[in-house]
Design a protein around this ligand. Structure first.
Ligand SMILES: Nc1ncnc2c1ncn2[C@@H]1O[C@H](COP(=O)(O)OP(=O)(O)OP(=O)(O)O)[C@@H](O)[C@H]1O
Length: 316
């Protein structure tokens, strides 16, 4: 397999967004995004449903025209590239395949129109584990198999830049593990790997870097470690028969208190010792006092809660 251009720092593998904006009528799907996605690492692209991830990826690929700003791959607007699959590969919509064709025929047609030799078709079929299903009609594929086929298509041109929109959809746990390993390998080879998801749990085990957006706007652009250190708050779970009294006392002491559906209180901003002292002073009995660290998923949800387009309640 040919190696992509020189590794980390190479402009050939960078995705650069500068003031990237897309409006649909009164909706601003992508709002003035400026960021660089670098080679040699997996960058998770996170945001709730409707945050603008797909629209951003489509603009990078030249499939949607920006209302403002620019998106470039290796310093060049993607639609100005001939034989695009050699420069960037993408999985956008796994369902977007002619169902009457076999997986092999689908990839062969893509290879032909991008000036890629047919031998790559068998290589990528093997890489995604579809060798045995290569001659079956795609119409009979499960969503997970379609995702694998979409990933094979993205890999076809052996490109330095790879983008995957919600690649974990429809995969079983083994498939999820395989995809994570693949992304890590591709990054180790020096490629730029940009992976969108609306679930932190899907990317936190394979991403080095995170870009978080909400309602089209940039919320975070930092390493996973920096994100975890910044938002992974220490909390204490408390149970008491006097939740109202304790909540007032904790709020007065500067803590933030969240009542949980099961009756417990999740307290941030003060430690377990201080909570115990406060309760003792007011003769409030405590039935539980458990320090914990909020998961990245919880931190991500708290960070983007205001940007969720439809909450569960509204969606009912
Ligand atoms: N072609 C379009 N016409 C009108 N509105 C659109 C169009 N495409 C996207 N939008 C709107 O732009 C916003 C961002 O959508 P987008 O699909 O980019 O978000 P997303 O983060 O990828 O979410 P999801 O994971 O749900 O696809 C949404 O409010 C969506 O309704």
């Amino acid at each position: 397999m040919t190696r992509p251009g020189p590794a980390t720092g190479s402009v050939s593998g960078m995705i650069e967004l500068d003031g990237l904006t897309r409006r649909y009528g009164r909706t601003t799907a992508v709002d003035d995004l400026t960021l660089t996605v670098r080679p040699g690492r997996v960058t998770g692209f996170l945001g709730p449903n409707g945050a603008g991830k797909s629209t951003t990826l489509r603009m990078v690929l030249g499939l949607t025209t920006p209302t403002g700003g620019t998106a470039t791959v290796g310093g060049v607007r993607f639609r100005d590239r001939a034989r695009g699959l050699r420069h960037a590969g993408a999985l956008l919509d796994a369902g977007d395949v002619h169902g009457g064709r076999s997986a092999r025929a689908h990839l062969a047609a893509l290879a032909r129109s991008n000036g890629i030799g047919g031998v790559r078709v068998d290589e990528v079929l093997g890489q995604v584990g579809l060798d045995d299903a290569a001659d079956r009609r795609v119409g009979g594929f499960s969503l997970g198999m379609r995702q694998r086929l979409g990933i094979a298509a993205a890999l076809l041109g052996d490109p330095p830049v790879l983008m995957f929109d919600e690649p974990f959809n429809g995969l079983d746990p083994e498939g999820v593990r395989w995809v994570r390993g693949l992304f890590r390998r591709l990054a180790t080879e020096g490629r730029t790997v940009f992976v969108s998801s609306h679930l932190m749990g899907e990317v936190e085990h394979c991403a080095d870097h995170l870009v978080v957006i909400g309602r089209g706007r940039l919320i975070a652009d930092e390493t996973l470690d920096a994100f975890a250190a910044r938002v992974g708050r220490a909390e204490v779970v408390v149970r008491t028969p006097e939740p109202a009294m304790l909540t007032t006392a904790l709020a007065d002491a500067g803590a933030s208190v969240r009542p949980d559906p099961d009756g417990a209180l999740t307290v941030a901003g003060v430690g377990a010792e201080r909570i115990a002292e406060l309760a003792l002073g007011l003769r409030i009995p405590l039935h539980q006092l458990t320090p914990r660290t909020a998961s990245l998923e919880e931190a991500f949800m708290a960070l983007t809660a205001a940007d969720v387009e439809y909450t569960a309640r509204e969606g009912r």
